[in-house]
Design a protein. Structure first.
Length: 190
């Protein structure tokens, strides 16, 4: 049984691992990272995530994206997290193809519809070149990665070790620990 894990990296992926480890009742969760979201050298700091179900002509990929969209919607609701904006437009296709894609996505379960130019002018008044039509994903959303990452780490109750991992420690072909400076830290899972 796994009771002690080390997660290397304190970005959105590491935070997600920590959150899910906490859900699995892992007793000791440690995140080792020399930087955290909000700090300049952290990759998550200057990113945001567009979570959507749009995948042109690829049902399997659209299913993955819709599953992710539904997962994030539930996570945000259940953990009182927040999104930056809800609903997303796309207009990278001409009208006949856009209509086909919208119909296709609706059949796959994506809450998407066509919005006409007049609606777009009203809703997006600062857009310089308003398209004639656009697809609109009603449940699509954007999240601020740093904010979500901080919240997931807090919820996970992970111990933060703010150091740089200098070496992975192996036993045969299995990673068993991490070295930070001269200190070696071991866990059930790395």
């Amino acid at each position: 049984m796994v009771s002690n894990i080390i997660i290397i990296g304190g970005g959105v992926v590491g935070a997600s691992f920590a959150y899910h480890a906490n859900l699995k009742k892992i007793e000791k969760i440690s995140i080792i990272s020399d930087s955290l979201p909000g700090e300049a050298k952290q990759a998550t700091t200057n990113t945001w995530g567009w979570i959507n179900g749009y995948a042109n002509n690829d049902k399997e990929y659209a299913s993955l994206r819709l599953a992710s969209l539904n997962y994030w919607r539930e996570l945000i609701k259940n953990q009182t997290l927040s999104y930056t904006s809800k609903g997303a437009f796309f207009w990278d296709l001409k009208k006949p193809k856009l209509n086909q894609i919208i119909t296709q996505h609706q059949s796959w379960g994506h809450a998407v519809e066509i919005k006409e130019n007049s609606y777009l002018k009203e809703l997006l008044p600062n857009l310089l070149d308003i398209p004639d039509n656009a697809g609109y994903g009603k449940n699509d959303m954007a999240i601020e990665a740093s904010q979500i990452t901080h919240q997931l780490i807090k919820i996970s109750k992970a111990n933060i070790i703010k150091e740089k991992v200098t070496k992975l420690l192996f036993d045969q072909n299995t990673v068993k620990g991490a070295q930070i400076g001269k200190e070696k830290i071991y866990a059930d899972e790395i």
